[in-house]
Write a protein that binds this ligand. Structure first.
Ligand SMILES: [Zn+2]
Ligand SMILES: [Zn+2]
Length: 251
């Protein structure tokens, strides 16, 4: 069963010690997806996969990760057919192009989105194969999380964890709205809110300590747990791992 397969990574995430277990899962899913796209399985040579990447393309964030991963030829092949489709559509848009209406001296002009070539370009720019794949995986992990809450052992694991980053706190509260079992309401909300308060305060203390270390009057005092306060502080707000080295293909 799919749910049972997913419980392993979700349990692992809650034992990982990461500032946010969902960030941990997201990083794992993202690396797996990049490896799937460009790695040794060469999925980019499969026509059905290429059909989807030709349609969806990639966002800037993921192009950077794909570049960093390596496999220059794989990246070039993916872009080659993407460009071919893009150029075909651009050709059609260019042929059908008509000058937009003049800006009226008074009153409002029609919306920019009424200009077909602009609407087309925005549509082209708005999708990403990897973002979609990640969103699908994260939805599954959130569903598994809510299913696991009925186990006392898992709830204890959540209680002793480090809470969540703000970005995933949003997603957690939104998903709870639809998926939280009624029996868990009285446990879930106070626990999650307590975890957020305590752990945000903990990260803030680490940042305070880190800043204090640059004060000469504190010379000789140790870093305590503040050495990586900058990267953890950023993760706790936006759910990223800024100190991660680029994820690269095996040499
Ligand atoms: Zn997170
Ligand atoms: Zn993306």
């Amino acid at each position: 069963m799919r749910e049972q397969i997913d419980t392993i990574p979700v349990n692992e995430a809650f034992l990982s010690g990461d500032e946010c277990p969902f960030c941990y899962l997201e990083r794992m899913a993202e690396q797996k997806a990049i490896r799937y796209v460009l790695g040794p399985g060469a999925s980019y040579m499969e026509p059905d996969v290429r059909g989807v990447t030709d349609r969806k393309g990639f966002c800037g964030h993921h192009f950077q990760k794909m570049y960093d991963y390596g496999n220059a030829l794989g990246n070039a092949l993916i872009m080659q057919t993407y460009y071919a489709g893009l150029l075909e559509e651009l050709e059609l848009e260019a042929r059908a192009f008509q000058l937009p209406d003049k800006r009226p001296l008074l009153g409002r002009r029609k919306d920019a989105s009424d200009e077909p070539i602009l609407a087309w370009a925005k549509e082209r720019q708005s999708s990403c194969y990897l973002c979609d794949k990640l969103a699908y995986n994260m939805d599954r992990y959130f569903t598994t999380f809510f299913a696991l809450l009925k186990e006392e052992e898992f709830r204890a694991r959540v209680e002793s964890g480090k809470g969540f980053c703000m970005r995933h706190f949003v997603q957690l509260m939104e998903t709870a709205h639809d998926q939280l079992p009624n029996a868990q309401r009285e446990w879930f909300y106070p626990t999650v809110i307590r975890l957020m308060r305590e752990n945000m305060a903990r990260v803030k203390e680490d940042i305070d300590w880190f800043v204090g270390m640059f004060d000469y009057r504190r010379a000789g005092r140790g870093w305590k747990s503040s050495k990586d306060a900058v990267s953890r502080g950023m993760e706790k707000l936006q759910g990223l791992h800024p100190a991660d080295p680029p994820y690269k293909m095996d040499p």
